[in-house]
Design a protein. Structure first.
Length: 425
């Protein structure tokens, strides 16, 4: 059995207000999973149902082969630890006493803590950088320090699963990274299953193996982080236009907010632009045109190309082909369909060789059928990027004869788009 938690058709609400609507998910063993979504989407409520702090109105929750909803709290605490969003202790327990509370499920009635319990408490406090607070009253520490103490308490339970509700909310940036790096390390070295609610999409992208994205009490998308956290999903759930920039240090990506989708020019959404690019020449265009609200497609692109990666993350339609493979007839037909159904075709300053020459031929077909084609030079004559013994040059000349136009650079392209093209639609 590869899963730790499985939920089937879970529903929860307060009175007549439904908070969770028919939730069915499977959380694999040893995964680092983040639950994300805007305020009020049901993230914390879902976590509280898993933690058995709230009882669903209907549905099932399985902890491996055990019915979690019927499991006694003490038995559940031996397998699962919970770090709540807020935690308040009015009695002046010391930090050490608070952390030792994590051993309570393993102690018999009236039994005192053993040497093993103290050893585990020290281990957890050193991991969470709270050992120096061991003799301090928890009523005297800061909110961030208390948060780390509660994480240490959870770790002393030696859980197989840890649930955390906004664990970074009260932490400064240093301790946010410290905590998530600790959880990531435990996840990789001990197989600890980590399920956390996060608001910060960048933290989710940096640390999560999988993501559940929620909207209006439902699961909008779930799966691998790189597949779920794309511009299209973020736009649909958060109503934001974002730039996804690859982080060269760890091959993950950063999410940069650009503008609220509601502020995007609605008229642009009726305009479809097809981009012929490759080798990174389309990255800026994809970001900027998507920010402005245009509907986009791109191709033919080789799988793994930097423009292919950008388009996939942006959630636009990509006509793709295997690397180093000849462009197939099926792929050509798909790309021609994208060209013929577009309002504008843009050719970026990509060098043309025999492998991608069909892209230029397809752009010519579009121009001959009356499609508006813009060729971006980027301050360098495009014809000097012909590695086809003059074939690309011949096609470009035919395109210009058929009405294609040149612009010097990307800036001029956007000026042209604003001042000429929209007026012709």
């Amino acid at each position: 059995m590869n899963y730790h938690i499985k939920m089937n058709n879970l529903n929860f609400g307060y009175s007549e207000k439904k908070i969770l609507d028919d939730i069915s998910i499977t959380i694999q063993k040893g995964t680092f999973l983040s639950i994300i979504g805007p305020n009020g989407s049901g993230k914390s409520t879902l976590l509280k149902n898993i933690a058995k702090n709230l009882e669903p109105q209907s549905g099932e929750i399985w902890l491996e082969t055990l019915d979690l909803l019927k499991l006694p709290p003490v038995e559940l605490a031996k397998k699962m630890a919970v770090v709540p969003q807020t935690f308040q202790i009015d009695f002046p327990f010391t930090a050490m006493e608070t952390v030792l509370m994590g051993r309570t499920p393993f102690l018999k009635r009236f039994q005192s803590e053993t040497e093993k319990d103290f050893t585990l408490a020290k281990w957890a406090m050193e991991l969470t950088n709270t050992w120096h607070l061991k003799d301090r009253s928890v009523t005297e520490v800061s909110g961030g320090e208390l948060q780390r103490i509660i994480v240490a308490r959870a770790l002393t339970q030696e859980p197989k699963i840890i649930l955390l509700d906004e664990p970074t909310a009260h932490l400064d940036i240093q301790h946010q990274m410290e905590l998530l790096e600790l959880l990531e390390s435990l996840n990789k070295t001990t197989g600890l299953t980590v399920v956390t609610v996060l608001h910060d999409l960048n933290l989710a992208s940096q640390f999560s193996e999988e993501v559940i994205m929620m909207k209006d009490g439902k699961i909008f998308a779930s799966g691998k982080t790189s597949e779920v956290l794309n511009a299209e999903n973020i736009r649909a759930v958060y109503e934001m236009e974002v730039l996804l920039a690859e982080n060269p240090l760890n091959q993950k990506f950063n999410i940069i907010p650009l503008a609220r989708s509601k502020n995007i020019n609605i008229e642009n959404k009726n305009i479809k632009i097809h981009i012929i690019c490759g080798g990174g020449t389309g990255i800026y265009l994809i970001d900027r045109l998507q920010q402005l609200g245009y509907r986009l497609s791109a191709g033919v692109l080789n799988i793994g190309d930097s423009d292919w990666s950008k388009g996939k993350k942006a959630g636009i339609k990509i006509i793709e082909e295997a690397p180093f493979a000849k462009i197939s007839e099926k792929t050509i037909n798909n790309n021609l369909e994208a060209i013929f159904t577009s309002d504008l075709v843009v050719v970026t300053p990509i060098p043309f060789g025999m492998g991608n020459l069909p892209n230029l031929e397809m752009a010519l077909s579009g121009a001959e059928k009356g499609k508006k084609v813009i060729i971006i030079k980027n301050n360098d004559p495009l014809l000097n990027q012909d590695f086809t013994n003059g074939k690309a040059k011949d096609i470009l000349e035919k395109m210009e004869t058929s009405g294609a136009e040149y612009v010097e650079n990307y800036f001029d392209f956007f000026e042209y788009l604003e001042s000429h093209f929209k007026e012709r639609l």
